[in-house]
Design a protein around this ligand. Structure first.
Ligand code: ATP
Ligand code: MG
Length: 490
C-alpha cells in the first residue's frame, strides 16, 4: 500500500514536471527561433534597400557586408552577395568557410517574400549557424559595381551558437529539476503514505495484542483521522460484543461445572458409604435406585444443555407443520394432570387456532412454563392457558395466581441457570434452564416471550409464535373457527 501510494504520487509528479518542463523548453526555443528569423529577415531587408535605392553605393555595401556583420558582439552574422550567374560580388570575412555553396543553401526566397526557408548548419562541432537566402533585384545604375538592373542571390548566416548553448544549458537544468523533483517526490510520497497508514498499523497492532484473556484492549482512545474514526469505533464495538459474549460463555462454563459437581458428589458419597461394609442386596437396591434418580437428573441436565447449545448455533432444523393448538395443549395437560391434582391446583385452557410450527418444540416450550406455574402455585390456586389467534401470530398466555416473582429478578429470568433466590430454589428443585429453553424455542420460530409478575399475586407468561408470511385465505378462515373451552383437571 505504501509503495503503491508513493509510486503513484511520484509518477504524477514526474509526469507534471516533464510536461511543465517540455512546455517551458518549447516556448523558449520557439522564442529564440523567432528572434533569429526576424534578424535574418532584417538583414535581407537592409540589403534589398541598399540595392534598390543606392545600387552604386559601394561603401554602404561594404559597411553592411564586411564591417557590421563581424563587428557585432551579439547576433554576429556572415553574408554573401552573388550575381544570379554565381559570380561573387562581396562577402563577409570568413564567410567562404562558413557559408556553404549555393546548392547546399536553402532555396532563395522570391522578391516578394521577406524570408524564405532557413537551415541550420554546423561548420564546427560546437558552432551553429542559421542560413537563409533571398533573391534581390537591383535598380539600374550607370557607373557602379552593380550595373543596370540585375538579379542577385543574397545569403545570410546568423551565428546562433550562443542561443543553442543557452538552450542546451536550460534543457540540462530542466532535466536536473525533473530528476531532483522525482527523487524528492518519491521520498516525500513515501513519508506521507507511511504517515497516512500509521493509524491502520496501530489498529492492527492493537488487534494483534488482543487475546481471549485480554479482551479489554481498545483502540478508540487515540486521536484518529476522520476517515478511520468510524473503523476504530466499529472495531471497539466489535471488541465490546466479543468481550460480552466471552464473559457470558465463561460464566456459563462455570455454571455448568457447578451444576454437575453437586449430583456427582452425591453419587460418590452414596457409593462410598455403601462400600464401607458388606450390605444386603436390598440395601444395594436402594442405593442403586437413588443413584438412578440422580442419573436421570444428570441426563436431563445434559440434554437441556445440548439443546441450548444447538439452538444457539441455529444448528436445529425445525420440523414445522400445521397443527391445532388445542390438540397439543390437551396432550400437555394430561401429562401434567397428576402434578396438578397432587398439588390441588386447577388447570384449564381456552381458545384454539391453527399454528405452523415445530409441534414437539412447541410442546416443550409450553411445558416448561406450565411446570413452573404448577411448581409455584400453592394448593387451591389456578393455572390457566389462553390461546389467542392474532392476525399474523398466535399468542399463548400462561397465567397462575401463585407466589409471584420479585421485580428485580424479572430481567434475568430467561438467562441460563438463573433461579430466584437460594432458599426458594432449594425448596423447589430446578436447574434454572426451563425458561432459557422456552425462550430459545420461541426465538427459533422468530417469536417473542414476555413475563409479568407480582409477588403474592401471580405470574403470567406470554409466548408469541408468528405465522409464516402470506398465510392462505382458507388457513385464516380455518383459524377463525370458534374456540372450545375445556377443563382438563379440577
Ligand atoms: P428447570 O425449569 O430447569 O427445572 P427452574 O424452574 O428453576 O428449573 P426456570 O424454569 O428457568 O428454572 O425458572 C427460573 C426461576 O424463575 C425459577 O427458579 C423460579 O424461581 C422462577 N419462576 C419461574 N416461573 C415462575 C412462576 N410462575 N412463579 C414463580 N416463580 C417462577
Ligand atoms: Mg422451570
Amino acid at each position: 500500500m505504501v509503495f503503491r501510494l508513493s509510486a503513484s504520487y511520484a509518477a504524477i509528479t514526474i509526469a507534471l514536471l516533464s510536461l511543465f518542463g517540455a512546455f517551458l523548453f518549447w516556448s523558449l526555443k520557439d522564442g529564440l527561433e523567432t528572434n533569429a528569423r526576424n534578424t535574418l529577415a532584417d538583414k535581407i531587408s537592409v540589403m534589398r534597400q541598399i540595392l534598390r535605392e543606392r545600387p552604386n553605393d559601394q561603401e554602404a555595401l561594404e559597411e553592411e557586408v564586411q564591417w557590421e556583420s563581424t563587428a557585432r558582439r551579439q547576433s554576429v552574422y556572415y553574408s554573401r552577395l552573388l550575381r544570379d550567374n554565381g559570380t561573387l560580388v562581396i562577402q563577409s570575412p570568413g564567410a567562404q568557410d562558413l557559408i556553404p555553396e549555393l546548392s547546399l543553401c536553402p532555396p532563395p526566397a522570391a522578391e516578394n517574400r521577406s524570408l524564405g526557408d532557413t537551415r541550420e548548419v554546423h561548420p564546427a562541432p560546437e558552432r551553429t549557424l542559421l542560413i537563409s537566402s533571398a533573391l534581390i533585384a537591383s535598380a539600374g545604375a550607370e557607373k557602379s559595381a552593380v550595373s543596370a538592373p540585375q538579379r542577385f542571390v543574397y545569403t545570410v548566416a546568423l551565428d546562433t551558437t550562443t542561443e543553442q548553448n543557452f538552450l542546451h544549458g536550460y534543457r540540462d537544468k530542466l532535466l536536473l529539476v525533473l530528476i531532483g523533483g522525482s527523487v524528492v517526490s518519491a521520498v516525500a510520497g513515501t513519508y506521507v503514505a507511511r504517515q497516512g497508514i500509521r493509524p491502520i498499523k496501530e489498529i492492527s497492532a492493537a488487534a494483534h495484542r488482543i487475546t481471549a484473556s485480554d479482551l479489554a484492549e481498545r483502540v478508540g482512545s487515540m486521536a484518529w483521522p476522520r476517515e478511520l474514526a468510524g473503523l476504530a469505533a466499529e472495531f471497539d464495538a466489535m471488541l465490546q460484543r466479543l468481550e460480552d459474549s466471552f464473559q457470558r460463555l465463561s460464566q456459563f462454563s462455570a455454571d455448568i461445572a457447578h451444576e454437575l459437581r453437586t449430583p456427582i458428589n452425591n453419587l460418590m458419597g452414596e457409593a462410598e458409604v455403601a462400600l464401607r461394609r458388606e450390605r444386603t442386596s436390598k440395601e444395594y437396591a436402594v442405593v442403586i435406585a437413588s443413584s438412578l434418580e440422580e442419573y436421570h437428573r444428570l441426563a436431563g441436565l445434559i440434554d437441556s444443555l445440548l439443546f441450548l447449545a444447538r439452538a444457539e448455533n441455529a444448528d436445529l432444523s425445525l420440523q414445522k407443520s400445521w397443527f391445532r393448538v388445542a390438540d397439543e395443549l390437551a396432550q400437555l395437560l394430561s401429562f401434567h394432570e397428576l402434578q396438578a391434582t397432587e398439588s390441588e391446583v386447577t388447570l384449564s385452557f381456552s381458545g384454539d387456532t391453527r399454528l405452523f410450527a415445530d409441534s414437539m418444540l412447541f410442546r416443550r416450550a409450553i411445558s416448561n412454563v406450565l411446570s413452573n406455574a404448577l411448581k409455584h402455585t400453592p394448593a387451591g390456586g389456578n393455572v390457566t392457558l389462553e390461546v389467542l389467534a392474532l392476525h399474523d401470530a398466535v399468542r399463548i398466555l400462561i397465567k397462575d395466581d401463585g407466589i409471584g416473582i420479585p421485580p428485580e429478578h424479572l430481567p434475568r429470568l430467561f438467562d441460563r441457570f438463573y433461579r430466584v433466590d437460594a432458599p426458594r430454589a432449594d425448596a423447589i428443585a430446578g436447574s434454572g434452564l426451563g425458561l432459557a429453553i422456552g425462550k430459545s424455542i420461541v426465538y427459533l420460530h422468530g417469536g417473542s416471550v414476555t413475563i409479568e409478575s407480582e409477588p403474592g399475586k401471580g405470574t403470567s407468561v406470554t409466548l408469541v409464535f408468528p405465522l409464516p408470511p402470506g398465510v392462505k385465505e382458507e388457513e385464516i378462515l380455518e383459524r377463525a373457527s370458534p374456540p372450545s373451552p375445556r377443563h382438563a383437571s379440577a
